[in-house]
Design a protein around this ligand. Structure first.
Ligand SMILES: [Zn+2]
Length: 442
């Protein structure tokens, strides 16, 4: 991979200290979903499964016998607590059934220390969360660019998991043009926190990244955590509150086939020449429809033309529209995450058959071809969120100082690149336009 001639010795400070431990806790909340009363029979059986590569949540739920409406109910019950857009291979699902094959209890866990439980109690679904005691450890990763292998490879060699390595790289990439400005001798740092359960890392946070380059200059990013656990503001920012996320559009459906494009056409029902303000995507009734970006639901309604319709307002003021839905899974005023399931494909309203009509409006209120929408502008933190960020920046800097004076120092040798790896650009799928995505799928 690299010639030994060019191998240079890189000093890596590898400090590990325990910063805080998280106490175990559990809580319950009741949802008013009515259900058949459970029979008084004790025999029950359990189906267990793990999320497999390429599987969506609906498919994973089907593996434990949960389908269709029941699946949507489980998803709705867990939605505030579990981020299904980040479903991972290996996540665990288990479903317990009574003698009559009625679901009694559903458990979802992303790691061995946590369990999200939805169970039937007195005719209603009740959500609860159980968590084992875990500990967070911090470590600072530092390195210097030299001729040789890739930054990504080096991070992986340091024991950073691939997703975390990508997170560090994408935060840095928002500020540093690696292709143009990276030079030998440039230095990078990342402060990560790892949550341990027994001997396993079950969660990682990238609290801080820094790049100090001859040409690029000094750039730092800080992780901001909102008071709300699932907040879409949780991300990397500059100290001044500028967001460092590349946020683009996701897919509204898992399979993309355009049945009818944007622009003038003869209306399939009326036969009149009309402007088609969106695109029609082929899909079977019941297929999950996903939010293409995070935002707030501003419409969740029915009318005889659009059928069941959902509109989401995104951060840059643009809006995405989803029409002719069979089921609507979100209500007006709710916040949704990118890729969250918001309903299912249907044939409600004035249509000739089931499909998803997907539309996009610019912030100025004009319709546009959704295939041309590239990115949703990222936000800047203001007011109390900016103050909270400043406080968190202060804490992070203190933690960095504590780590620097810690006497437990481990030296490692490593090889770091002088050029940015092409593979990193390729991995940033978020900057693809839908147009590119559609081309790829056809
Ligand atoms: Zn349409």
């Amino acid at each position: 991979m690299l010639s030994s001639m060019y191998k240079s010795l890189i000093l890596l400070t590898f400090l590990v200290i325990a910063t805080f431990s998280q106490k175990s806790f559990s809580y319950e909340s009741t949802f008013d979903f009515s259900y058949r009363p459970s029979p008084l029979i004790s025999e029950s059986f359990v189906k267990e499964s793990t999320v497999k590569s390429g599987q969506g949540l609906y498919q994973a739920l089907r593996d434990v016998g949960i389908e269709n409406e029941l699946a949507l109910e489980m998803i709705n019950n867990l939605r505030d607590e579990v981020e299904f857009s980040k479903l991972k291979v290996g996540d665990n699902l288990s479903a317990e059934y009574d003698y009559y094959n009625h679901l009694k209890r559903f458990t979802f866990s992303k790691n061995p220390a946590e369990k999200h439980i939805v169970e039937r109690k007195d005719g209603a679904w009740v959500y609860s969360f159980k968590e084992e005691e875990t500990q967070w450890f911090s470590r600072m990763i530092t390195g210097e660019l030299s001729i040789g292998s890739t930054l990504q490879g080096e991070l992986l060699d340091m024991g950073v998991n691939p997703e975390v390595a990508n997170e560090i790289i994408s935060a840095l990439m928002c500020k540093v043009n690696f292709r143009m400005h990276a030079r030998i001798g440039d230095q990078f740092k990342a402060l990560i926190q790892e949550r341990m359960f027994e001997d396993q890392v079950i969660e990682t946070k990238v609290l801080y990244t820094a790049y100090d380059g001859k040409i690029a200059g000094l750039h730092e990013s800080f992780y901001y955590e909102d008071s709300e656990k699932a907040s879409t503001y949780n991300a990397h920012y500059t100290e001044e509150g500028q967001a460092l996320i590349r946020s683009g559009l996701r897919y509204p459906l898992s399979r993309l086939h355009i049945r009818s494009g944007y622009g003038w056409r003869r209306h399939p029902v009326t036969g009149r020449r009309t402007m088609h303000r969106g695109i029609d995507l082929r899909g079977r009734v019941g297929k999950a429809v996903h939010a293409v970006a995070a935002g707030k639901v501003v419409e969740s309604t029915y009318n005889k033309y659009a059928g069941n319709k959902i509109a989401i307002r995104h951060r840059d003021g643009s809006k995405s529209y989803y029409m002719h839905l069979n089921k609507r899974g979100v209500n007006k005023g709710e916040w949704v995450r990118s890729n969250q399931v918001i309903g299912t494909v249907g044939s409600t309203g004035r249509v000739t058959g089931p499909h998803l009509h997907f539309g996009f409006k610019k912030a100025n209120g004009r319709w546009m071809n959704p295939l041309n929408k590239r990115m949703i502008a990222t936000p800047k933190l203001r007011d109390e969120k900016l103050l909270a960020l400043k406080a968190q920046v202060q804490k992070t800097r203190e933690l960095i100082q504590d780590l620097a004076i810690s006497d437990k120092v481990k030296y490692l040798l490593a090889k770091i690149p002088n050029r940015y790896p092409a593979s990193v650009d390729e991995s940033s799928e978020l900057i693809l336009t839908l147009n590119q995505i559609f081309k790829d799928s056809n």
